[in-house]
Design a protein around this ligand. Sequence first.
Ligand SMILES: Cc1cc2nc3c(=O)[nH]c(=O)nc-3n(C[C@H](O)[C@H](O)[C@H](O)COP(=O)(O)OP(=O)(O)OC[C@H]3O[C@@H](n4cnc5c(N)ncnc54)[C@H](O)[C@@H]3O)c2cc1C
Length: 315
Amino acid sequence: MSLWSGLPGAGDVLTVSNHHDLKAALSGIRGEVVFDAPLAELTSLRIGGPADVFVSPADVHDVCRIVRQAHTAQVPIMVLGGTNLLVQDGGIRGVVLSLSNLTTIEQEDDRLVFAEAGARMPTLLGFAVHHALSGLEWAAGIPGTVGGAVVMNAGTKLGEMQTCLDAVQLVDPEGRLMTYPAADLSFAYRSVSLPEGVVVGAWLRLASASRETIEARTKSYLQYRKRSQPLSQPNAGSVFKNPPETTAGRLIEEAGLKGHRVGDAQISTKHANFIVNLGHARSTEVLQLIETIQQEVWRRTGIRLELEWKVVGEG
Ligand SMILES: Cc1cc2nc3c(=O)[nH]c(=O)nc-3n(C[C@H](O)[C@H](O)[C@H](O)COP(=O)(O)OP(=O)(O)OC[C@H]3O[C@@H](n4cnc5c(N)ncnc54)[C@H](O)[C@@H]3O)c2cc1C
């Protein structure tokens, strides 16, 4: 979802001419532009090298401009929310976009809410609770952006984005603002069939309910997470997708890998499907842990664990 097909990927090295292209991609952008921008602190895992250029577009028109210009100049571009990915230590070539200026949330009618893609999921959930709208309680404790939640079809066993998504607003590689009704998309576990582009907004269809009930449900889900997940340590949520009929956490635990460590990267002692950063973990250490888990689980069970995280950038 983050890279234009047919164009250089985030892992590709920029040549000198690409640097000229970078200038063309950034021409006239009104938002903040930072070159050689450190990304580690912008990720929930606190790992990763710099972006060639980090851009926070001023508004949706600015997004259209940079996407169009990057496409024309053949500069790779990706969006970073930062909570479900591993940025490699070599950093990310090309443009990394933050949608932190696109945070509007509004109620369009009784039950329809529009949220810009840079709004955080906890803020959206807070808005729904405040307006006595039910349907997003499953998202309690999911920390990313609305855009990231759409692209990942984020969810839990209690629900997922698909269950309340009405339509998606997306900037396509030509810089056009498009709307896709959710009914025209196909959803799967942690994925959705969206065309290439940057998600800039989403309409959510919710239901009226008593605020107390929604609040109580949300609270109990948050408490469950606190008990079962290593929330006090840098992490990026579940590392692997759950295979059918069991959970990745259970398989990893049964393989005796809970607490296993490579450098400062550790399989959480609290939840085996989480990798935590004990301080100065490097992406290579995390990748080594991932490989160990996949090999050991495969050897014991014949099940190939599939990454839920996105691994981006250069090693
Ligand atoms: C403590 C913790 C608990 C979590 N619990 C859950 C959970 O229960 N369920 C769950 O599903 N996830 C969970 N996550 C993972 C994560 O929060 C979600 O997947 C979230 O939806 C990702 O959003 P993000 O904005 O951080 O996206 P990122 O992680 O930055 O991006 C994920 C992918 O989407 C792309 N992308 C992001 N935004 C856009 C956009 N606007 N347009 C186009 N592409 C985009 C990125 O380029 C990347 O490829 C958890 C994470 C943490 C740290």
